[in-house]
Every structure is written in structure tokens, then in C-alpha cells.
Design a binder for this molecule. Structure first.
Ligand code: FMN
Length: 276
């Protein structure tokens, strides 16, 4: 089992820590390291009680100051799904997902506690927005891990924030409640593809932040990834042309060469969050 874990880590990161002793839960760690995003599902329903169970497991994640500022909206109503899917033309796979959830950051409940006691909410600055959003992200990550454990496949959908205003209207989100990301889920119809990550020497630091050799390390990652998982097509060739070598860094530069979600700050302020 230790061998499998080390092999998975090597495939993912290009190297693995020199772990001599098999840790408890080594099989779970190997499965977690081997996770893949899943956008193709069997035409098989998921028991609603299992979905709620996964929500409960996810909501057992740590919560900033025990404030419990993450909510999950399970969208089952067909009309509601249709309206949301219509906002996601670049994610057509969503239609085939048996389950559709929206993870929200909710700072409203905290504020209501003050209102109900006639107390001023003195921490009206950036921090509540950040805390609630981080809580929602942690809960979504925990949900993904839990879903994987029972054999379900998931794919987060931050594309809902491209149309945050409309999504908020459809879901009737009040002030101080934001959609962070949606999640499509179902029983996988294939094994998925494991995508290699940046080397651990880029993203894990020791004692202090260290960027030494970053350019070379990213070039090495580009080459490692291109060798096992080349991109099927190149983005925006009309602007950038066709590149002989097309790795992760080239893809990310092209992907974000067009403005995206520039209005999100306005939306968040419109939800009465103070971002100062
Ligand atoms: C917060 C978040 C938002 C994402 N949004 C989308 C999305 O809108 N559409 C989509 O197809 N995939 C989305 N993804 C999935 C990523 O594209 C995917 O995780 C990434 O390509 C890495 O692949 P892997 O998860 O298999 O390692 C999102 C992932 C995260 C964590």
C-alpha cells in the first residue's frame, strides 16, 4: 500500500516524500492523492439521503471561530436547474450531472445575531467576506473528499460566478450571502484522468517563503505534464498562434488573457459586504 501511495504522489508531483514507514490510513491517502475531477456520469440517480449525508459530513469541517458561515443549496427542482444551467453555456456537461449543489458563503446569520440583540456589528470590513468565503471553500473541499470516498464523482463550477447576479436572483440569496461555487455530482462513467500538479518544491515551503529556481521548476513541470497529459487543443490561437510546445504555463497565460468576472467585486459590494 505504501508503494501505491508513493507511486501516486510521484505521478502527481514528479517526486514523493521519502516516507519509510506506512502511515495509518495509507489506502485512503493514496485514494485522496489519486482523485480526479469528474464531468461524465452514469444515468443513475443518487439517493437524496446520501447527498444530505455528504452535506452533513462536509459541514463537519473546521469553521472559522465556530461561526458556521457555509451553506449548501441542493438544487433538485427542474425549473431551478434549468434556469441555472442556462447560465452555464460553457459547461454543457452540467446538464448530465444527477446532483447540482451550490456552496454559499453566509455572513448573514452572524449579523442577524447582533440585530436580534440590538447590538452594532462592529466588524464590518473585509474580514467577514473572507472568513465566510474560506469556510465555504473548506466545506466544498470536504464534500468532494467525502463524495470520492463513496465512489461518487464531482466537479466544482465557479462559472456560476460569471453570472453571480442572476444566480443570486434564482436562488433568492439575501444580502451577505454569496455563491462561492456550484458542484456537479454523480456516479462516474469512466475512471477520469489524474492531472499532475506543480512540484512539491514549488508549493511546499520550509520555514519561509522560497521562490528560488521558480522559472526552471515551472518549465520542468510544463514538460512533465505535457509528456503524460498533453492539452488536446490550444486556447485562443487567433491571438497567440499555434505553439510547438504547449504546457500548463502557456495554457494559464492564454486562459486569463481575457478579462473574467471583473464585475464580481461590484456584485459582492451590492450584497452589502464592505471590502475595505
Ligand atoms: C473552485 C473551483 C472552481 C472550478 N470551476 C470549474 C468550472 O466552472 N467548470 C469546470 O468545468 N471545472 C471547474 N473546476 C474544476 C477544475 O477545472 C479542475 O479541478 C482542474 O482542472 C484540475 O483537475 P483535477 O481536479 O482533476 O486535478 C473548478 C475547480 C475548483 C476547485
Amino acid at each position: 500500500m505504501l508503494e501505491r501511495l508513493l507511486a501516486v504522489l510521484k505521478a502527481r508531483f514528479g517526486s514523493a516524500p521519502s516516507l519509510a514507514e506506512e502511515p495509518n490510513g495509507v489506502g485512503v491517502l493514496a485514494d485522496m492523492a489519486d482523485r480526479r475531477v469528474m464531468r461524465r456520469y452514469l444515468d443513475r440517480p443518487v439517493d437524496p439521503a446520501l447527498v444530505e449525508t455528504l452535506c452533513a459530513v462536509a459541514l463537519s469541517a473546521p469553521s472559522k471561530s465556530d461561526l458556521q458561515q457555509a451553506d449548501i443549496i441542493i438544487v433538485r427542482d427542474k425549473d431551478q436547474r434549468d434556469k441555472l444551467e442556462a447560465l452555464l453555456p460553457d459547461n454543457p456537461w452540467v446538464k448530465a450531472a444527477p446532483v447540482f449543489l451550490v456552496f454559499c458563503a453566509n455572513n448573514r446569520r452572524h449579523r442577524l445575531l447582533y440585530a436580534w440583540r440590538g447590538q452594532p456589528f462592529v466588524n464590518d470590513h473585509l474580514d467577514p467576506f473572507f472568513n465566510a468565503s474560506v469556510d465555504a471553500g473548506i466545506v466544498m473541499g470536504t464534500f468532494v473528499a467525502a463524495a470520492d470516498r463513496v465512489g461518487l464523482g464531482t466537479c466544482p463550477i465557479s462559472a456560476i460566478r460569471n453570472r453571480a447576479e442572476e444566480v443570486s436572483g434564482i436562488l433568492e440569496l439575501p444580502d451577505h450571502v454569496l455563491p462561492v461555487a456550484a458542484l456537479g455530482m454523480g456516479w462516474p462513467s469512466f475512471a477520469g484522468v489524474m492531472s499532475p500538479r506543480l512540484g512539491l518544491d514549488v508549493t511546499v515551503h520550509h520555514d519561509r517563503y522560497d521562490e528560488s529556481g521558480l522559472r526552471e521548476k515551472i518549465a520542468a513541470y510544463d514538460a512533465r505534464r505535457e509528456a503524460v497529459q498533453p492539452y488536446k487543443s490550444q486556447r485562443l490561437t487567433e491571438k497567440f498562434g499555434q505553439s510547438d510546445s504547449y504546457g500548463w504555463s502557456e495554457d494559464k497565460v492564454r486562459q486569463y488573457s481575457v478579462p473574467e468576472r471583473a464585475g464580481f467585486g461590484k456584485f459582492v459590494r451590492g450584497k452589502k459586504f464592505n471590502l475595505d
